[in-house]
Design a protein around this ligand. Structure first.
Ligand SMILES: C[S@@+](CC[C@H](N)C(=O)[O-])C[C@H]1O[C@@H](n2cnc3c(N)ncnc32)[C@H](O)[C@@H]1O
Length: 251
């Protein structure tokens, strides 16, 4: 497979890869990550904590017996991502960024358990049906895990609520949704907030909860990700992200 070309624009997913100590980012991503840290402060521990939350949430879904995952806005499939946590599951990663998709396909080349393709989270119809049925067998008939992390900030309330509602209808009862969103903590760093662009959305737990619609959060509710079923003492990081796990009740 050809080397992905050097992108002109940074990507938040590849900036996260840089902060996680990965190897799948470009100078433009490193420059953007460093500029953001100038305005905000150190980010590596925050994104490690967010990835650890992914691990605990996906691990909980796998422990519930689910062995197929569909990941939206997936970014790079490394550094403790879904197929590395749910080691018996099959996983389809999707994203809209062509450079990130090509990197993801290179990382997963040769895997028979995880694949990567285009998918606009706001339209399940954009996911290749052949890939969906290969990596998430029984989609719509068997319970699955849907991973919806790092996406809410890019979607307005109406689009986010509609998207989560359509996903609820699409999955079988017994399925789970791992979700997160950017908290209002970033408002305390106006220069960093300005870097995220005018469409960037922060939310409070109270304003996010209704957007889940029929999805039922687990008993933990919507909390700073460090405090979602922590293993030991929660990580001492700013509450930049809230999240949780929600289900579509069986039967
Ligand atoms: C902040 S990154 C998060 C990456 C990864 N989920 C993580 O937590 O490390 C957001 C990702 O969402 C992707 N994205 C943005 N809008 C999207 C959409 N409508 N559908 C699917 N992916 C989208 C971006 O290309 C980017 O890779």
């Amino acid at each position: 497979m050809a080397e992905p070309e050097q992108p002109e624009q940074p990507s938040t997913a590849r900036m996260i890869d840089f902060w996680l100590g990965g190897a799948h980012h470009f100078p433009v991503d490193v420059a953007a990550a460093r500029a953001f840290e100038e305005a905000y402060g150190p980010c590596a521990a925050i994104f490690r904590d967010l990835r650890d939350f992914l691990g605990r949430a996906v691990g909980a879904v796998a422990e519930a017996g689910i062995d197929g995952f569909l990941v939206f806005g997936a970014g790079l499939p490394t550094q403790g991502n879904v197929h590395e946590v749910a080691t018996s599951a099959t996983v389809l990663y999707t994203d809209v960024d062509p450079v990130t998709i090509r990197l993801g396909q290179r990382i997963l080349a040769g895997s028979d358990r995880a694949g990567y393709g285009y998918g606009d989270a706001t339209d399940i119809g954009t996911v290749d049906p052949a890939q969906l049925h290969r990596f998430v067998p029984g989609w719509g008939r068997r319970p699955v895990g849907v991973v919806f992390l790092g996406l809410a900030a890019f979607l307005d309330d109406e689009t986010l609520a509609r998207t989560l509602d359509e996903l609820y209808d699409a999955v079988a009862p017994g399925s789970f949704l791992a979700f997160d969103f950017d908290s209002e903590e970033l408002a305390g760093h106006p220069q960093a907030l300005a870097m995220m662009g005018p469409q960037f959305r922060m939310r409070s737990p109270a304003s996010f909860a209704p957007l889940l619609g029929r999805w039922v959060p687990t008993a933990e509710g919507i909390v700073p990700v460090a405090r979602w079923r922590p293993r030991g003492a929660p990580a001492a990081v700013p509450d930049a992200f809230h999240g949780g796990l929600a289900g579509k009740p069986a039967g």
